[in-house]
Design a binder for this molecule. Structure first.
Ligand SMILES: Cc1cc2nc3c(=O)[nH]c(=O)nc-3n(C[C@H](O)[C@H](O)[C@H](O)COP(=O)(O)OP(=O)(O)OC[C@H]3O[C@@H](n4cnc5c(N)ncnc54)[C@H](O)[C@@H]3O)c2cc1C
Length: 500
């Protein structure tokens, strides 16, 4: 008996049916629900969310200072204006999402504490059977749905990624992963080491530096950052002129997206120039005497990894003030009192924070099967990073790395709603992506080219992800600027969609 059959056998037969079932009440799931209500009125749907609240990433992460690393004009939905500073705290993002839920009467569709365990597609019934378990009562529930909308994000929410370093157990202090930040962690007057230099480390360090005895950001190699004021002049000016917020939202989005496009192109066409632009922002805060070469000069082309925005240069101000410091070195082993580095230096600590990233989890820990036969998504080819060959009536939302995730939430939702309306029109019960005759000899490659984008969590988890082809239809090209024009033109009658 496989995992799916065991879960099936342990679940009562009583079944609830909805037209569309959405996994996850993060920014993607709530966006999906909004678009369904507006673009496919009359469609019944439910969101099943494992946690006890909406927000996803913004509910899971509780470390001091938790904030967005991209602007909220584009991380916000296209349909609801963002009216604050561009970089926002988790609390502000949750408030914004709460307003979307209230204003669109979505709360009645969300079931919290419902973790989906398995999903089985039946070709005889043209239905997915979904088994969920309530985390509060342990009760098992069975749902059927015509269409499964996967908005479960890309990483495991219950546990972050911590590498195994030699002798970690010897350390007498506290080791914390930011994804599981203890509510009562007392870091006042303590020596803290933050391992890592991604957006999380760059947020944490300045936010705890004032209270700690000292914070050291320990990195193996430097990262690119973009530093600047947490404000958008044109938005402030338009507000002074009492321009309608929906206009401001649209204008600021266009400006940001135009500038991001220009910068992304520069990272490919003139990587050295792009690098100098980013470095100039850091030098402006740290001054010419700081060892920028060692600590803030990355060895890769800009945009191969996410570039975090440092609002008002707070990380660099903390370093310049001597409250925080950066060490670029490798860990030899942990000691009772801190970390011994490969250079032979030691760092003393009371608390070590492992800001070392995520565990990639493309399918939300759901055991998938087709007619009872286990499904491995790594055996499929992706249709534009959202559907998969041989997998009927299923869409997955995977956002952008170089632009805000939510831009793709809106685009994918337009596609799904158009697809659902088209299926209704032609009386189809299922749609399955399939390689066309002209795709027969197409090379099948990893989900993303590491030359293009290669953060650690993607490299560690690539084997779990579906394959891509070398044509735009068969890959997630990470290019919002191309997709915003291509998506609305997708031909739903294309042979890549097999209806039944
Ligand atoms: C600290 C941090 C900061 C970030 N900042 C930015 C940023 O500024 N800009 C940007 O574009 N991106 C950012 N990202 C990436 C970010 O994760 C996405 O942009 C976005 O929040 C993802 O939204 P989502 O709804 O797709 O997924 P998530 O936020 O991951 O939410 C998925 C939800 O699905 C639920 N779920 C998962 N599996 C199951 C299951 N089996 N059953 C039921 N429910 C399930 C989870 O509990 C969760 O609530 C950041 C990520 C992190 C971790």
């Amino acid at each position: 008996m496989n995992v799916q059959s065991r879960i099936e056998a342990d679940t009562p037969q009583k079944t609830e049916h909805v037209d569309v079932l959405i996994v996850g009440a993060g920014i993607s799931g709530v966006g999906a629900a909004y678009h369904l209500t507006t673009q496919c009125p009359g469609t019944s749907f439910t969101i099943l969310e494992a946690q006890d609240h909406f927000g996803g990433t913004w509910w899971t992460h509780r470390y001091p200072g938790i904030r967005s690393d991209s602007d909220l004009y584009t991380f916000g939905y296209r349909f609801k204006p963002w009216v604050g500073a561009p970089i926002a705290t988790a609390a502000e993002i949750l408030k914004y999402m709460g307003e979307v839920i209230d204003e669109n009467n979505l709360a009645k569709h969300i079931r919290y504490h419902h973790r989906i365990l398995s999903a089985d597609w039946s070709n005889a019934d043209n239905l997915w059977t979904i088994i969920a378990e309530r985390s509060d009562t342990g009760e098992r529930l069975r749902f059927t749905t015509n269409f499964f909308w996967m908005c479960q994000g890309y990483y495991r929410h219950t546990e972050g990624y911590t590498p195994e370093w030699p002798e970690m157990a010897a350390f007498k202090g506290t080791i914390v992963h930011p994804q599981k930040w203890p509510e009562n962690l007392d870091y006042k007057g303590k020596k803290v080491i933050v391992i890592g230099s991604g957006a999380t480390a760059a947020t944490l360090v300045p936010n705890i530096a004032d209270d700690c005895a000292h914070v050291t950001m320990l990195q193996r190699s430097p990262t690119y950052f973009r530093a600047g004021r947490n404000a958008i002049e044109i938005a402030d000016e338009l507000r002074r002129l009492q321009v309608d917020e929906s206009w401001i939202h649209e204008i600021v989005r266009r400006k940001i997206l135009y500038e991001q496009d220009a910068f992304t192109r520069k990272t490919f066409n003139d990587p050295e120039g792009a690098k100098q632009d980013l470095m100039a922002g850091v030098i402006a805060y740290l001054g010419p005497d700081y060892d920028i070469k060692t600590h803030f000069t990355p060895r890769y082309r800009p945009w191969r990894q996410r570039i975090a925005f440092i609002p008002d240069g707070d990380l660099f101000k903390g370093i310049a003030a001597g409250k925080a410091s950066v060490v670029t070195d490798e860990i030899e082993r942990f000691t009772e009192t801190g970390i011994l580095l490969k250079s032979g230096k030691t760092l003393e600590a009371d608390i070590i924070v492992t800001a070392t990233g995520f565990n990639l989890l493309p399918t939300g820990d759901i055991a998938f099967s087709l007619d009872g036969k286990p499904l491995d998504f790594a055996d499929t080819v992706t249709y534009r990073g959202m559907m998969f060959t041989g997998v009927p009536n299923l869409v997955w939302v995977f956002g952008y790395f170089r632009a805000s995730w939510t831009l793709r939430v809106d685009l994918v939702a337009d596609f799904v709603c158009a697809m659902l309306n088209h299926m209704k029109e032609i009386g189809a019960h299922k749609v399955t992506p399939a390689l066309r005759a002209e795709d027969k000899d197409m090379p099948l490659l990893d989900w993303i080219d590491p030359e293009n984008f290669n953060p650690g969590y993607m490299m560690r988890g690539m084997h779990l992800l579906p394959k891509r082809g070398d044509k735009p239809e068969w890959q997630h090209n990470q290019d919002y600027w191309a997709e915003k024009d291509e998506f609305p033109k997708i031909d739903l009658k294309d042979a890549a969609f097999v209806y039944g």
